[in-house]
Design a protein around this ligand. Structure first.
Ligand code: BG6
Length: 475
């Protein structure tokens, strides 16, 4: 696909001295510039409340890039020529007026045509006032294009997501809005579309006639670390399930879109969300890892879930009767993001001495999103010699072997914003529907079970799959 070249622009980051800017946005922007994907003359304007000078901010960006492993000679001059800083003050109306004047001044100095990105790398409670500040000052449009990028979490339930959408749409047209879910920027996640719709061999099997169950696991070994304050308010359902896991689910389950254009793809994802039965507490298991309450900024009586397992049903022609299991948690046994698709057993078992269901391990497709990006298709083979035995072997493909290291998700997503391609961003109706799906569970959570760190979560998660005579395939 031919992509439009990025036009000269100003990239304004509200929350410009934050962790996201330091760890993700700056390295991604620097790499895009190094590769010539951002045209010369474009500038970055970091904005926050801190009273810093350009020179001090540039020093901070240099250190951030060095800490991210960059050592190139042009790092110093890039920071000096492309990076600026503006202290916003307390975000009063006149502060946004000053921001507007600073942007206009930089555009004059750099002969920029008025193309602007506003990236809200802010705590979620600051989104509404920032949107209001930009909108009331008229920064929602310009001589060129203006795009608004909003980080997750987009709301904390259905009503707050709706309110935030209303606030956004008060000033910005939906086509200007890019709601980030960094999972959609991962190469392996984008590859789900290619895998499904370029390989007819799989697509013809992708339905209730051939698939017995689908499992999505996003397991992390880390705990909440220094993010306790945010995390305890959120919990795993809001932090991971409503966004990342649900996005993976829609990509796996959606119908083929008419084209690969943004709205065709997003329309199909929305249809999947419409077809899912909102899970009740009986379809969910919540867990909390032992020791969570001793983590920094976590109340000693916290009931926040750090683990969620769900059993979902998609009530449509393609998926009726196929259970979809979702599972995510912190402090689990292994870091892995994997989708496992178990195909149906043969209708007749020619090798009954091997067990009632012939074999439990064969005919599974594993899509490994991280680490060891790639896929694996497990099939049974006969082990040579006597006695007659089957063994599971796999066909596999590994990204690293074929292509080397993959780009960071933020590089992909920032480039998409700059090229004006919203395919990998979440549309307003999509974000509301995904909150709607979990609204009941947020209001009526299931009991919380404590689990041991480095395990696969509470044993109740196994009972969930056992309801369909299934077991978790990722271990
Ligand atoms: C973030 C969550 O969105 O995703 C974090 O807020 C989580 O809690 C992270 O650790 C996981 O992302 P990745 O790319 O490491 O799988």
């Amino acid at each position: 696909m031919n992509r439009p070249a990025v036009e000269p622009h100003i990239f304004v980051v509200l929350g410009g001295t934050g962790d996201l800017m330091r760890r993700k946005l700056l390295p991604a922007l620097f790499r895009l510039c190094q590769r010539g994907q951002i045209p010369p003359g474009s500038v970055i304007l970091g904005v926050s409340r801190k009273p810093l000078q350009d020179s001090e901010y540039r020093q901070w960006t240099r250190e951030a890039l060095k800490a991210a492993g960059f050592t190139t000679e042009n790092l110093e001059s890039w920071c000096d020529h492309c990076v600026y800083y503006h202290a916003l003050g307390h975000g009063e109306p006149q502060d946004y007026q000053h921001l507007k004047e600073r942007i206009q001044q930089l555009e004059r100095e750099h002969h920029l045509p008025g193309n602007r990105v506003f990236y809200l790398a802010l705590p979620p409670q600051a989104f509404p006032s920032a949107i209001e500040g930009l909108g009331k000052t008229g920064l929602h449009h310009s001589k060129g294009w203006t795009r608004l990028v909003i980080e997750k979490p987009f709301g904390r339930d259905l009503s707050s997501a709706r309110a935030l959408n209303r606030k956004v749409h008060q000033y910005f047209h939906e086509s200007q809005v890019y709601r980030i879910d960094h999972y959609l920027g991962k190469e392996t996640v984008q590859n789900l579309l290619v895998f499904r719709f370029s390989n007819a061999i799989f697509e013809s099997l992708w339905n209730r006639n051939h698939i017995e169950c689908v499992q999505i696991t996003v397991a992390e070994t880390v705990g909440v670390g220094s993010r306790g304050h945010y995390y305890d308010e959120a919990g795993a359902l809001r932090d991971m399930v409503q966004n990342h896991l649900t996005q993976l689910l829609t990509l796996i389950a959606m119908e083929p879109p008419v084209t690969a254009q943004a709205d065709d793809v997003r329309n199909e994802k929305v249809k999947v969300l419409h077809a899912i039965d909102p899970p009740g507490p009986e379809d969910a298991v919540f867990g909390q890892y032992e020791g969570y309450r001793e983590e920094p900024d976590i109340p000693p009586d916290s009931r926040t879930e750090t683990f969620v397992a769900l059993r979902l049903r998609i009530n449509n022609w393609r998926w009726q009767g196929v259970p979809f299991y979702l599972r995510t948690g912190k402090r689990l046994a292994r870091k892995i993001t994997q989708i496992a698709i178990r195909f149906r057993h043969p209708p007749v078992c020619l090798f009954p001495h091997l067990g009632e269901r012939c074999d439990l391990h064969s005919n599974i497709l594993y899509l490994n999103l991280q680490p060891d990006e790639g896929f694996e298709l497990c099939v049974d083979v006969k082990k040579p010699g006597e006695p007659f035995q089957l063994q599971t072997e796999s066909f596999h493909f590994r990204y690293a072997e074929a292509f080397g290291p993959l780009p960071d998700a933020y590089e992909t997503l920032l480039l998409d914003v700059l090229q004006g391609d919203p395919t990998l961003f979440v549309r307003s109706d999509e974000v509301e529907l995904s909150w709607q799906l979990y609204d009941n569970l947020l209001k009526h959570p299931p009991p919380l079970h404590v689990y041991s760190p480095s395990s696969w979560g509470p044993k109740e998660a196994d009972i969930l799959t056992a309801k369909d005579q299934e077991t978790w395939l990722t271990q």
